[in-house]
Design a protein around this ligand. Structure first.
Ligand code: COA
Length: 347
């Protein structure tokens, strides 16, 4: 039974469909992973903002606070129709959990595939004062068990956030663009890349802050450049680790999105991406880290089959440490995926 059926009508599940066009494509001709992330975030923002305004009280806008780890299950092709559906699956006092599923449909044959499933957390901010967090109207759960499961997910992500904060500290480590001519191929420095972007009105909500989906699309673009520079083949986004949106990015900021490779397995590459924001016109405002995340890419041959990737050449202790940490995440995620597959087969 859908959780949403038990909620107020204004919070009903939503579905957004559209045909995928050539300007949604990556260079391999499939739909860009960043475009899919952007569509997911749009659906999440609509349903959570609608829900948070479903009762009388202060009007608000739901800001994306976190995206849980998400896998890209199969490619979406240009000409197919994407169906992005979203429903609210949990509410805490100040946050909303949204589950989003993306299906792609071949409208010639009617065949449908699940391409992505994502869980996002939104926090409602007052329209009068975006620094003020508003209380979320609670949803009614169809059963006590579903409420308990939701609470467990909420507590798990809260715990993980605390851990990440402690691990990252407040230190900002900019990724400097190297002079690539002087770098050895397959080193971290060789593929390291950055993109500088001035945040304009088309990137922002009506309230002048960057849409989470826009940020994720730019992050995917930079990570993709790093992956291609390393392996020089077609690549696809395989997964994105949990992303926390630490701080808002305002219209008029300059953002630097930097990516560096941290780990290579036999057929995958992990890339760490940072988004640093710097107010353009306001004086006395320092550059700050707004978002960071790990993206995993797979290199493909002309038939779309995964290829072995060149192994990363590590040049110092810092890179070796990051590689080992990446290996830990890779092994953990692989075990999780295998357990999920096993559970699906047993169903
Ligand atoms: N993921 C999920 N929930 C989060 C979160 C995160 N990364 N950060 C905060 N929250 C939730 C908390 O659990 C809490 O809810 P609860 O009281 O029901 O447990 C609520 O948000 C408020 O937490 P608090 O610690 O008081 O807020 P904060 O000062 O950390 O601010 C944000 C939270 C989301 C408002 C702030 O981090 C922010 O502005 N981030 C940027 C948002 C944005 O611009 N998004 C677009 C991306 S570019």
């Amino acid at each position: 039974m859908s959780l949403v059926k038990a909620m107020a009508p204004s919070s009903s599940a939503i579905q957004i469909s559209r045909i995928m066009r050539p300007d949604d494509a990556n260079i391999a001709g499939n739909v860009h992973g960043g475009t899919i992330l952007k569509m997911i975030e749009e659906a999440g923002a609509i349903i959570s903002t609608r829900h948070c305004n479903s009762q009388a009280g202060e009007r608000c806008v739901a800001a994306l606070a976190r995206v849980e780890r998400t896998d890209f299950l199969s490619p979406m092709c240009i000409g197919e129709v994407s169906h992005v559906s979203a429903e609210i699956t949990y509410t805490s006092k100040h946050s909303v959990e949204v589950q989003v599923n993306v299906m792609s449909e071949n409208i010639l044959t009617g065949a449908k595939r699940l391409t992505n499933r994502a869980t996002l957390w939104y926090v409602p901010l007052s329209l009068k004062n975006v620094d003020k967090i508003i209380e979320v109207p609670p949803i009614q759960f169809p059963s006590k068990d579903q409420e308990e499961e939701g609470k467990k997910r909420y507590e798990a992500q809260k715990f993980e956030r605390l851990e990440t904060k402690q691990r990252n500290g407040e230190i900002i480590l900019p990724v400097v663009n190297p002079d690539r001519q002087t770098k050895e191929p397959y080193t971290v420095g060789f593929s390291q890349s950055s993109l500088i972007h001035l945040v304009g009105p088309s990137d922002c909500t009506l309230h002048g802050f960057v849409h989470g989906g826009v940020t994720m699309k730019l992050m995917d673009e930079v990570a993709g450049i790093v992956a291609v520079r390393h392996c020089k083949t077609n690549i696809v986004t395989a997964s994105v680790d949990a992303i926390n949106f630490h701080r808002k990015i305002k219209k008029g900021c300059i953002i630097t999105i930097s990516g560096r490779m941290t780990f290579t397995s036999n057929k995958s590459m992990e890339i760490e991406v940072f988004v640093d924001a710097e107010p353009f016109v306001e004086e006395f405002q320092q550059r700050y880290r707004a978002v960071s995340a790990f993206f995993t890419y797979v290199s493909l041959n002309k038939e779309g089959k995964p290829l072995p990737v060149p192994q990363l050449l590590l040049e110092n202790d810092e890179e070796k440490k990051r590689f080992e940490e990446g290996k830990g995440r890779y092994l953990q995620n692989k075990a999780k995926r295998q357990a999920e597959m096993k559970a699906l087969v047993q169903q």
